[in-house]
Design a protein around this ligand. Structure first.
Ligand code: ADP
Ligand code: MG
Length: 102
């Protein structure tokens, strides 16, 4: 895969209920329909995007929090592959990680 053509879209706002999750899931789907390859990285401990993409949180063995906490872990461990949209899930079990994010 040629990552030089890749770009990152961040959906971030400290305020809740402003449409971050909804925008993320729908934008990912819209871009996937245009044959873009998508990786959604759910960095919200509420894990709504993870659940909204059909992942049962009890089935999440490795989350994005594990990748942040243990940098030697392979990203592949947390990767959920889908039809044009891959996901690095979040999980409420593995937060807070504020000390790792400074
Ligand atoms: N463009 C929109 N128009 C109307 N309602 C929306 C829109 N985007 C999101 N919502 C609704 O607003 C609420 C909060 O959206 P959500 O994506 O969960 O916000 P956040 O992730 O920022 O907390 C949900 O009920 C969602 O259905
Ligand atoms: Mg949300």
């Amino acid at each position: 895969m040629n990552i030089s053509n890749s770009f990152i879209i961040a959906s971030a706002n400290q305020k809740g209920g402003v449409g971050k999750t909804t925008t993320t899931i729908n934008l990912a789907q819209a871009l996937a329909l245009q044959k873009q390859r998508i990786l959604v990285v759910d960095l919200d401990p509420q894990a709504n995007a993870t659940q909204g993409m059909g992942i049962n949180l009890e089935a999440v063995k490795y989350s994005v929090a594990d990748l942040i906490r243990e940098r030697s872990l392979s990203t592949e461990l947390a990767l959920h592959q889908g039809e044009g949209i891959d996901l690095i899930p979040s999980s409420p079990l593995f937060w807070p990680l504020n000390e790792y994010c400074i």
